[in-house]
Design a protein around this ligand. Structure first.
Ligand code: 8YV
Length: 328
């Protein structure tokens, strides 16, 4: 007799190809209108499901996890970051958590480079000027920004994405510096000609551009605090394609307003989808709606990873992308 298919709840609309394959393999509940689910709806979902597929827009907190029914065994996150999932509560309930590493590395690094170029070269400001009809032609002093070639880039978090950023930035003539919990292997440092800073304070004070590429964990919350931001050079730029919570957003907005920093490129925000209104008023920032991994290729690859994680798990094996609390 065929076994019944596992019940899978997917909290947001995923690419068609992924949803179709999910429907073939599992007994799936889709989110047809794609609206983010409320805490009540999430609690309801975990009561009856075997597997939950959330995204960054869902808060899978202790309250939601406490409602999990006896069959709820796997949270297969569609995304890399798992800071929206209470991992300790999941572990206590015997629920495995997986994510989708590796498949959005290049795209997120590309977006980081786009911001590293866009902010000092005033790309969106120039575009706004042109569209406003206020551009009256070329002038020797018009729209001058700053050169990237020859500048120092300080990468916070030298994992997959940090290293991919470093590789790209080198092609633009930047010298690579980094801070990480652990020093990367000598071969990687040699390839990237990267300088390691054990002290983040020491590094931030010396860089022309800082790029945040570490995950948001309790240890990295407000890693760039008001105090640390003040150590940066007033001519320096800050780029964040990781998580808004790593930077004290209020302190950053204050410093940008006061021109104590030259500019910022932000793809992520502390209270998404809300954006600090002070940032919206500033010309020296480029603001993007969390689109680092937003290529159709990455989103399909992420979906494939979710499928593989679920399939492996329900077949009784350890899923390839299991998230272990002490590793994040
Ligand atoms: C994802 C991201 O698209 O993977 C991540 O951690 O930040 C995004 O690029 C999003 O999280 C989907 O859940």
């Amino acid at each position: 007799m065929p076994q019944s298919k596992p019940k899978v709840v997917i909290t947001r609309k995923l690419p068609d190809a992924i949803e179709t394959r999910m429907a073939e393999l599992f007994d799936v509940t889709f989110n047809l209108d794609d609206a983010p689910m409320s805490q009540t709806a999430l609690a309801e979902a975990v009561k009856g499901a075997d597997v939950l597929v959330p995204t960054v827009t869902d808060r899978i907190d202790a309250g939601v996890i406490s409602q999990a029914g006896p069959d709820m065994r796997l949270i297969a996150n569609f995304g890399n970051g798992v800071d929206h999932i209470d991992l300790a509560s999941a572990r206590q309930r015997g629920i495995t958590v997986t994510n989708t590493p590796g498949v959005l590395t290049g795209d997120t690094a590309d977006m980081t480079l786009a911001l590293i170029l866009a902010v000092p070269r005033r790309l969106t400001e120039g575009e706004r000027l042109l569209r406003s009809g206020e551009w009256h032609g070329w002038s020797p002093t018009g729209m001058c920004g700053h050169r990237i070639w020859g500048k120092r880039l300080g990468i916070i978090g030298m994992g997959r994405i940090g290293q991919a950023v470093a590789r790209r930035a080198r092609a633009f003539g930047m010298s690579i510096h980094y801070h990480n919990r652990k020093r990367v292997p000598e071969s990687v440092e040699a390839e990237l000609e990267a300088t390691y800073w054990e002290s983040l304070d020491q590094m931030v004070a010396r860089m022309d551009v800082i790029s945040v590429n570490c995950p948001h964990t309790p240890a990295t919350y407000h890693l760039l605090s008001a105090r640390r931001l003040k150590l940066m050079k007033p001519t320096a730029y800050i780029i964040n394609t990781s998580r808004g919570e790593v930077i004290d957003e209020n302190a950053l907005a204050r410093m940008l307003e006061a021109e104590e920093l030259a500019g910022a490129g932000l793809d992520v925000f502390e209270h998404e989808p809300a954006v600090n209104p002070r940032l919206l008023k500033l010309d020296n920032v480029v603001l993007l709606p969390h689109m680092g991994s937003a290529t159709i290729e990455a989103r399909i690859d992420m979906g494939e990873k979710v499928l593989i994680n679920i399939k492996t798990f329900v077949d009784g094996h350890t899923p390839p992308d299991r998230v272990l609390e002490d590793l994040i």
